[in-house]
Design a binder for this molecule. Structure first.
Ligand code: PRP
Ligand code: MN
Ligand code: MG
Length: 183
């Protein structure tokens, strides 16, 4: 894992492109929620940690934040289609206008599950911001209210996205060289 230059075959989205998209998304969200009470921003750990911090720090309105740690992938390449709640929110979402921040929507399973769960807990509204979407992989319909980038069906890492928990800390989105996960 150590040699990043050797593990990443292509830079898909540069640090600069991420910065300007994050500015845009935060401005739009700030405008849309300016007159909305009880906003709560939720980041889906671990992947969305970078996105949640990057977007909320750019917002011009105040918002509480909370985290829920969910896993649908385990450590492998393919979604297992069972959600493991690794740790739950500390906030009661009843009556809250929830904005979920995610790094990527792939099959849609994670968000499909989470949206239903938040509504079951009594959220007043649930909207979604996703930095990336891979529509070719979609199996569950998920409404994405704020989207950063649509990407092709490549295994991407960086800015929160991992392979075996590595590469999340990269400050750009890159395509993982298949030799890293071969054999
Ligand atoms: C990844 C990613 C999304 C989810 C998207 O999380 O961060 O949360 O998968 O895939 P889906 O649309 O097919 O559900 P992962 O389960 O790998 O956990 P992590 O965020 O801790 O890496
Ligand atoms: Mn995730
Ligand atoms: Mg992962």
């Amino acid at each position: 894992y150590d040699d990043v230059k050797d593990s990443i075959s292509q830079v898909l989205i540069s640090h600069e492109e991420l910065d300007s998209k994050l500015d845009e998304l935060a401005a739009q969200i700030s405008q849309d929620y300016a007159d909305v009470d009880n906003l709560l921003c939720i980041g889906v750990l671990k992947g969305a940690a970078y996105t949640l911090v990057s977007v909320t720090r750019r917002m011009s309105i105040s918002t509480p934040v909370d985290f829920m740690s969910l896993s649908s992938y385990g450590s492998g390449m393919e979604s297992s289609h069972t959600i493991t709640v690794r740790s739950d929110l500390t906030t009661d979402v009843a009556g809250k206008n929830v904005l979920i921040l995610e790094d990527i929507v792939d099959s849609g399973y994670t968000l499909n599950w989470l949206i239903a769960e938040l509504k079951r807990r009594g959220a007043a509204s649930v909207k979604v911001m996703a930095l990336l979407s891979k529509p070719e992989r979609r199996e569950y319909e998920v409404p994405i209210d704020y989207l950063g980038f649509t990407i092709p069906n490549e295994f991407v890492v960086g800015f929160g996205m991992d392979y075996n928990d590595h590469y999340r800390n990269l400050d750009f989105i890159g395509v993982l060289d298949p030799k890293v996960y071969a054999n």
